[in-house]
Structures are given as C-alpha cells and as structure tokens.
Design a protein around this ligand. Structure first.
Ligand SMILES: Cc1ncc(COP(=O)(O)O)c(C=O)c1O
Length: 387
C-alpha cells in the first residue's frame, strides 16, 4: 500500500512509538503528583515544552499543551475573543481556513461579532492590501493559517505580522498545523501572538498538540478544572502524547531541510509527468518553491468526481484524499477551491496527494503510474455517461 494522505495524518515514527510505549509503561505518574513518579512525569512534560518552544523560537512558558490542533485553534480564537471583547467586536479570518478555525468564526458571528472573511487569489493566498483595508479600530483578532491543508499554499505570515504590528489592539493567531516541523516559522520574527500545532501531522501521536501564547496575552480558558497549564488548560497532562510530540519535533527538525528539498524535486517531477501523460489535468495552488508547501499536491481531473478517483486509486493500492480528511465525506465542492475562483466542476474533481517523512520517490512515481492506468478509463466512462 502506498500512503500519500499525510496531510490527513501520518504514521507514527518508530522512534516516537518506542518513546510512547516507554512512557506509558514506565512513566505513568501524574505530573501534578508530589512523589517521585509525578516529578519524573513533570520533568518529561517540561523537557517537551522546551523542545516545542525552541522549534518556534518561543520561550517554554509560552507553550500550552492541548489535545490537538482543533483544541488549540478553539482555545486561541474563543479564548482571545472572550477575553478582549471589551476592546472591540470585529474579527478577521480567511475563506480558506480549516473548519476548526472557519466554523469557530461562523459561530462567533452568530454570537454577535462582526467577521471579515478575507478572499484569496487564484492560488489561495490573501492579498495584503485587502487585510489592511479590513482593519478597523474595533479589530481584536486576525487568524490566518500558515500552510493550507488542501492545496498547500503558504500565507505570508511575516508580512502579515509586520502589518498587524501597527494595530496594538489586534492579536494575531496562526494555524500552523500543516507547517509545524516542516516549514520554519519564528513566532518572534513574525510577531505572532498565538499559534496552533498538532503532533499527528508530524509522525507523532494523535490527540496531542500545543498552543503557543505570547507572554502577557491572556485567554479565557475553554476547560476549567484542576488549573494545569497555568490555569489556561485544565486536565491531566497526556504525558506520553506530549513526550511523543517532542520526539517527533526533534526527528523532523533533523531531517527538515533535506526532506523538503527532496519533496520539492519529487513534486516537480510528479506534476511534469502527469501533465505530459494525461489530458484535462489542472494543478491547484501555488507551485512555486517559496509559495507552496513541497509536500502537498492538489490536482483536478475535469469531468471526474474526486471520490470516484480516490476509490479507483485505492484499487491500485494508492491512498490519497479528496479535499481535507474532515470534509471528504461531504460531496459539495471544496470551500477552499471555490474561494480560489475554480468552477464547481473543477472544485469537485480534485484530489490531494501529500507526502510524509516515510515517503520515497518510488511511491510518487508509482502514484503517477496508477493515475495513468485509472484516469483515461474513468474519463472514457464519464464521457459515455454524459452522452
Ligand atoms: C490546517 C489544519 N488545522 C487544524 C487541524 C486540526 O488538527 P487536529 O486533527 O489535531 O485536531 C487540521 C487537521 O487536519 C489542519 O489541517
């Protein structure tokens, strides 16, 4: 089986797996306990905090552990908005966010906040002048993702941070779930106030993530209880998950540059070959090295339904995705592709191929061959059906 759905989730790295089982077996104390098992567990959590902080150029005190990207996004957005709503009731996001951001904004809109959903250009990137035009004295939060989960387009986070610096009342949140450990981002340089990440996109365990929250930024907590994480996120720490996130971070950082260069090369080869061998293919998103994540490829095969193609590829033992994993069972056109101005036909015929640290060049080339086998047949069937 060739697994090319790494933006949905990744296999756990063998060294992370060893770490997880070791911690589950040997370090099962509660980090809040005073005895030596508790201290041992607490030490692991604090070491992990340092590792995650270092990867973002933050300080350990600025890292809060969560149950994943969805919780980190909810915690940042709802927590900031609730805390700072006396400053203003206007919040900004984009049309291409993951549902764990986008749906929180639609919820807040129903609660009486004024929301600006920034449009994007044809590759899925916001236009900075439109952000500037949307800013008001009432704007308390801007939330913009780093790498888009469907098409891989990278948003200009540092430029956005520089613009927002002129608005001291506005906090800047970044959903970095698809870029953490892959595309470097310094929260200091980019002037980010809050940033979400998740372990399972980086060969770590599911159900673990973190929120970077800049010093002095206060949030109303989502979870109230034992007061863990400085009272910002109650609940017994998921010690194995947190240690696994740290291990995955260390492993990814070691390999990051080499792997990203490889992915870029394979992505270019893949697109070149597909465009050469197959008709009616559209490549979605930014294909430049600086503008698109090298590990995500999004293609539309006109006239074909994404789901049909995903299942046809599965019969060839190649696993890819239609849209994002969370919405792939929903047959409507992708919100992200529609926001990029693509027609319903193109937006309902896209597949996402995403690479992970276990991916080999041969996997990519085998995927090309599988597409060459299934696409012409399916295109023929669709043509006959339309007649
Ligand atoms: C961009 C983005 N944000 C947030 C999430 C949610 O993360 P988690 O699955 O850890 O809740 C995902 C997961 O697909 C994602 O791709």
């Amino acid at each position: 089986m060739i697994y090319l759905d790494n933006s949905a989730t990744t296999p756990v790295h063998p060294e992370v797996l060893t770490m997880l089982t070791d911690v589950i077996e040997q370090c099962y104390g509660n980090p809040s306990s005073l005895h030596n098992m508790g201290v041992k567990a607490e030490r692991l959590v604090e070491q992990a905090r340092k590792v995650v902080a270092e990867a973002l150029e933050a300080t350990p005190q600025e890292i809060l552990f969560t149950s994943g990207g969805t919780e980190a996004n909810n915690m940042a957005i709802r927590g900031i908005v609730e805390q700072y709503q006396s400053r203003g009731k206007h919040i900004i996001t984009t049309m291409v966010e993951h549902p764990s951001v986008f749906e929180v904004f639609t919820y807040l809109e129903k609660q009486g906040f004024r929301v600006t959903y920034l449009p994007v250009d044809e590759v899925g990137r916001i236009r900075l002048h439109e952000l500037e035009e949307a800013m008001t004295d009432e704007t308390i939060l801007v939330s913009i993702m780093h790498v888009n989960n469907e098409v891989g387009t990278v948003q200009p986070i540092e430029e956005i941070g520089a613009i927002l610096e002129r608005y001291p009342k506005t906090l800047f949140h970044v959903d970095a779930v698809q870029s953490y450990g892959k595309i470097p981002l310094s929260v200091r340089k980019a002037k980010v106030d809050a940033l979400s990440l998740s372990a399972h996109k980086l060969h770590g365990p599911k159900g673990t993530g973190a929120l970077y929250l800049r010093k002095h930024v206060v949030i109303k907590p989502l979870l109230i209880g034992g007061g863990q994480e400085n009272g910002m996120r109650s609940g017994t720490h998921n010690v194995p998950g947190i240690a696994g996130l740290a291990k995955a971070t260390i492993l990814a950082k070691k390999e990051q540059e080499r792997r990203m260069n490889q992915f870029q090369l394979w992505k270019e080869r893949f697109i070149e070959t597909i465009m050469d061998k197959l008709d009616h293919v559209i490549v979605n998103g930014d294909q430049t090295q600086a503008g698109g994540a090298p590990y995500i490829i999004n293609l539309s095969f006109s006239g074909m339904k994404s789901e049909v193609l995903v299942h046809a590829l599965e019969t060839e033992h190649v696993l890819v995705s239609s849209k994002s994993a969370c919405s792939s069972k929903n047959e409507r056109a992708s919100r992200v592709l529609s926001a990029m101005g693509l027609s319903d036909e193109v937006a309902t015929s896209s597949i996402r191929i995403s690479m992970g640290y276990q991916t080999e060049e041969q996997d990519i080339m085998d995927c090309v061959k599988a597409l060459e086998r299934v696409v012409p047949n399916l295109q023929q069937v669709m043509k006959v059906r339309r007649k």
